[in-house]
Design a protein around this ligand. Structure first.
Ligand code: ASP
Length: 422
């Protein structure tokens, strides 16, 4: 009997086919109402949304139980605090590096300088961004049930952490309970694998719908901006993150990239770090050899807290909008962009399009016209897909660095090539 294609290859095929069919529909048949209603907004939409829901269905229970298991696996509250501090340090550092590099590259490339002819003043009303006070207060859920129901990631993390620490302090009862939690986790991981079986079809539908509606032509008038964002995303992931990984752990970035492939495909097609979370968690634990104690904390935290790709977009977009409106940026404004991108990425969830909300916050603070966002909305979905890949990549790199520094990364598992998703 012929062996089926490896899952990663199937997902890749689904993605390529979706892109192709979506672009063809966009170019030739989208105006036929039958295609728009029954194919794009019918089959593609329903199957794609079902797949995203199936992924989202996993997130809250997976984060909760794996975090509780993780704290118990670490076995001491002090160590949990240490891992937390290291993780936050690395997340802030990598995001700051990302946005600083983006500002530097964008200042050199200077996208948007000859753009005035195309300025369209479509009013863009930015949704309100959370303030720092709100972000801090909202860390602790007043009502954990509500936090779970609303999928408030930082609040869930906070509750699960406290719960896990309380279990540690409860002696035997806590230990017994930890056994059950770890059983639930095992079952959850197997559920992740079941959902992933549907990934090729889900990814195909998501890609086909996006490209039927967006098409590739949208990118042409915005080529300068898109090119700068993409260059910075590549520089950050290929140079900065790989270097940090290698210098801090001596682990091979090549193996890392190879094993992370399915995660990249998920991130690209869902444009959501949150929806990708189950796959990221499974990959870093099972394929990269990171101990549950570290991964269960760093990955969910990273999905909300760490957005290198989004920060890059904000840096480039700020320079782009400043150029379009002929507003020269001062050093102080550059520093404000860095600070604001960091703050903005902490309080917002990893879901599609959230980068634009954060950008509104940044532009406001720097004193640039927020309606400039209207210029980049058109191609934002495409760039969102790409920056989400870099967002989850950053989470996984930091996870490996922290785990290695805690001596909880199993290098044998990391180096084993078989047993990959293939
Ligand atoms: N979609 C991104 C994510 O989920 C966030 C953004 O940049 O809009 O990570």
């Amino acid at each position: 009997m012929k062996r089926p294609l490896p899952l990663t290859t199937q997902i890749l095929l689904g993605m390529g086919l979706g892109l192709l069919i979506g672009s063809l529909i966009n170019n030739f048949v989208i105006e036929h109402s039958f295609v728009a209603t029954y194919v794009v907004n019918g089959v593609f939409y329903v199957l794609g949304a079902l797949f995203i829901n199936a992924l989202k269905m996993l997130v809250v229970p997976l984060v909760t139980f794996s975090l509780i298991e993780g704290v118990n696996a670490i076995g001491d509250a002090g160590a949990v605090g240490r891992i937390g501090c290291k993780t936050i340090f690395w997340y802030l550092l990598t995001t700051a590096m990302a946005v600083s590099m983006a500002l530097a590259v964008a200042s050199v490339v200077s996208p948007g300088q000859n753009f005035e002819a195309v300025i369209n003043h479509t009013a863009f009303t930015p949704p309100s961004a959370p303030s720092l006070n709100e972000v801090l207060i909202n860390l602790v859920p007043g009502n954990p049930v509500k936090a779970f129901a609303d999928g408030e990631m930082l609040q869930i993390i906070c509750f699960a952490l406290f719960f896990g620490i309380a279990m540690l302090k409860t002696g035997n009862t806590g230990k017994k309970m930890a056994g059950y939690v770890s059983m639930v986790n095992e079952v959850m991981m197997s559920l992740v694998s079941i959902v992933m079986r549907f990934a090729p079809l889900g990814v195909f539908c998501l890609m086909a719908k996006t490209f039927s509606e967006q098409g590739l032509t949208l990118i042409i008038p915005m080529l300068g901006y898109a090119f700068t964002v993409i260059t910075c995303l590549l520089l950050h992931s290929i140079v900065t993150l790989n270097l940090l990984l290698y210098v801090n752990t001596r682990l091979s970035p090549w193996i890392f990239l190879r094993k992370m492939r399915p995660v990249y495909l998920f991130a690209f097609s869902t444009a959501s770090s949150n929806a990708t979370l189950p796959v990221t968690l499974q990959t870093v634990e099972k394929k990269l050899g990171v101990h549950t104690g570290t991964a269960s904390f760093t990955i969910p935290l990273g999905a909300t807290f760490n957005m290198d790709g989004t920060a890059i977009m904000q840096g480039v977009a700020t320079v782009f909008i400043a150029n379009v409106y002929h507003i020269p940026l001062t050093l102080e404004q550059f520093l404000t962009v860095i600070g604001m991108s960091l703050l903005a990425s902490i309080g917002t969830a990893g879901v599609p399009g959230v980068g634009l909300i954060m950008l509104a916050m940044v532009l406001n603070q720097v004193g640039l016209p927020v309606e400039g966002i209207a210029l980049i909305i058109g191609i934002d979905r495409l760039l969102d897909m790409m920056r989400t890949v870099i967002n989850v990549n950053g989470d996984a790199v930091v996870t490996c660095i922290v785990s290695d520094s805690e001596k909880t990364l199993d290098k044998k598992v990391y180096q084993t090539i078989e047993g990959n998703y293939d």
